[in-house]
Design a protein around this ligand. Structure first.
Ligand SMILES: Cc1cc2nc3c(=O)[nH]c(=O)nc-3n(C[C@H](O)[C@H](O)[C@H](O)COP(=O)(O)OP(=O)(O)OC[C@H]3O[C@@H](n4cnc5c(N)ncnc54)[C@H](O)[C@@H]3O)c2cc1C
Ligand SMILES: NC(=O)c1ccc[n+]([C@@H]2O[C@H](COP(=O)([O-])OP(=O)(O)OC[C@H]3O[C@@H](n4cnc5c(N)ncnc54)[C@H](O)[C@@H]3O)[C@@H](O)[C@H]2O)c1
Length: 444
């Protein structure tokens, strides 16, 4: 039986970054990844980076074939770099193998060369998440149903696609496929898309997507999927009655759940929650001492930057001042990469009204920002909510070019309790979309 000081299961964002900290501090690490095509994890191989590369190329008018080839080159480069960043460390071993727990501290690893048992002083589980497929007749056995991962592998453009799910994956892929010139229909179960955002901005985004050619069947249920030689037939219950769609493919984007499928956690004392997520405390310890879980597999927000922040927590515990925890995670925003992007942070008007918190609203149209005219995309608007007394920012939603950059400035102001005057009076470089903040708060 082999022994390692640290075993990391899964090549996720937190795990690969932690491998660097551990080796830098003279500790040995065994990092086990089940799929060599996933060295570096989900984000760089099959999610954030390839999808954003495809989205940007679609927006630039690149044709699909070229965009796929560019994406594949990017991913190969990133995967190779990520692999070597860990594997080239003196104290690190990267192993491609299947892992299953035998008991709390013993795992069995198996690869083409056979099986071996390994024990670790500390074990870190960073196995990410996996798509949830709804229980719809014919869906699971269809040859024409894709997840975001398998769709990004398609060398041939799907010309007529339906997308089940109107979350970030569904909407980003819908906007992207429409830009590539495909016919796109989004099937959503809610009355409205983006209903966690400010409604007027969600409405504007839906109208813009419709202008770009995306059709929406909302408040609707997919009831049956039937494979045909030339595509797939979808039976959908809509508020206007049953509809039948004949499309080339269906992308299922109805959420992701913790990925613990192959680990045999039932042989351990590690507790999981109702959705299979590994339960952890504020410093990412499971209920078994010296076993930790980070990233999507522990439940909660599913973002690469949250997984990276999980690394900060562990790094602070092992090598820092031990102050960083999940409870004091800084303010963080999120972005949905549409055309343009929608970024949001903090609370919405509806949430503040529910709490009876007094606030002021500041709004402006994106078209008023010179850079939007320079870029040639004046779509969208800015909306920021400010505490009536302190003028601290309580929430912001930006639907504009480069919203994903501007929102980070607002998050930083929120995190540091700066009043909106600080955002108003800052000198921003010109021409930028962030300059909007000079004008947005002019009435303060
Ligand atoms: C299409 C798409 C787009 C996204 N876009 C964004 C975005 O723009 N911005 C953003 O912040 N987030 C985005 N996300 C979410 C983001 O990808 C995830 O939150 C993030 O990758 C989770 O990282 P992680 O550290 O939990 O692990 P992951 O990066 O998911 O890594 C887990 C690794 O563990 C491996 N593994 C799984 N099971 C085992 C096992 N039993 N043994 C060994 N290895 C195993 C997997 O192969 C994988 O390599 C997107 C997700 C998707 C699907
Ligand atoms: N830009 C980004 O940061 C980004 C991009 C993509 C994904 N992600 C991450 O990946 C995670 C997964 O994304 P996602 O979009 O799959 O999940 P999600 O859970 O965010 O959204 C799923 C959507 O599908 C709908 N839905 C669920 N079941 C349905 C059904 N049977 N019929 C019709 N609609 C149904 C839900 O109402 C929801 O709107 C997200 O939580 C997000 O954190 C982030």
């Amino acid at each position: 039986m082999k022994h390692f000081e640290n075993i990391i299961i899964g090549f996720g964002k937190a795990g690969k970054t932690l491998a660097g900290s551990l080796t830098k501090n003279g500790q040995e690490v065994l990092l086990i990844e089940k799929d060599s095509a996933m060295y570096g994890g989900t984000c760089i191989n099959v999610a954030c980076l390839p999808s954003k590369n495809m989205i940007i190329n679609a927006q630039h008018g690149t044709d699909y074939d070229e965009a796929i080839a560019t994406k594949n080159r990017l991913v190969d480069k990133l995967r190779n770099k990520n692999y070597h960043k860990v594997a080239d460390q003196e104290n690190a071993t990267v192993l491609r193998a299947d892992v299953s727990f035998i008991d709390d501290y013993t795992i069995e690893v198996s690869d083409d060369s056979g099986q071996e048992t390994v024990i670790g002083d500390k074990i870190f589980i960073n196995t990410g998440s996996t798509p949830v497929l709804p229980d719809v007749q014919g869906l699971k056995n269809s040859q024409h149903v894709f997840t975001s991962k398998t769709l990004l592998d398609q060398t041939e453009q799907t010309k007529n696609i339906a997308i089940l799910g109107d979350g970030p994956i569904g909407l980003e892929f819908a906007a992207m496929y429409a830009r590539f010139g495909s016919q796109v229909t989004v099937i959503g179960q809610n009355k409205m898309i983006l209903n966690q955002l400010e409604p007027e901005i969600a409405n504007a985004a839906k109208e813009d997507m419709t202008t770009d050619g995306v059709q929406f069947l909302l408040n609707s249920q997919l009831t049956k999927v039937t494979d045909m030689a030339n595509g797939i037939i979808l039976d959908v219950n809509t508020p206007n009655g049953g509809q039948t769609l004949h499309v080339d493919a269906l992308l299922v984007a109805t959420g992701r759940r913790a990925n613990t499928d192959d680990l045999h956690l039932e042989r351990t004392n590690i507790q999981t929650g109702s959705h299979g997520e590994i339960l952890v405390n504020d410093v990412l310890e499971t209920n078994v001492t010296n076993i930790f879980a980070m990233g999507d597999v522990k439940g909660g927000p599913q973002f690469t930057y949250i997984s990276l922040d999980d690394w900060r927590i562990l790094n602070s515990q092992f090598f820092g001042d031990q102050t960083r925890t999940r409870a004091n995670r800084p303010v963080f925003a999120n972005t949905i990469f549409l055309n343009p992007a929608i970024s949001s942070v903090g609370q919405t008007e509806a949430q503040l009204q529910k709490k009876e918190r007094p606030y002021q609203v500041f709004k402006m149209l994106t078209a008023g920002v010179p850079k939007s005219q320079v870029i040639g995309n004046p779509r969208g608007s800015y909306k920021v909510l400010v505490d009536e007394k302190t003028h601290q920012v309580l929430g912001a939603t930006i639907y504009a070019e480069e919203a994903y950059e501007t929102i980070n400035v607002i998050s930083l102001a929120m995190q540091n309790n700066l009043p909106a005057e600080a955002l108003r009076d800052q000198i921003y470089t010109h021409p930028t979309m962030t300059e909007a903040l000079n004008d947005l708060f002019a009435e303060l």
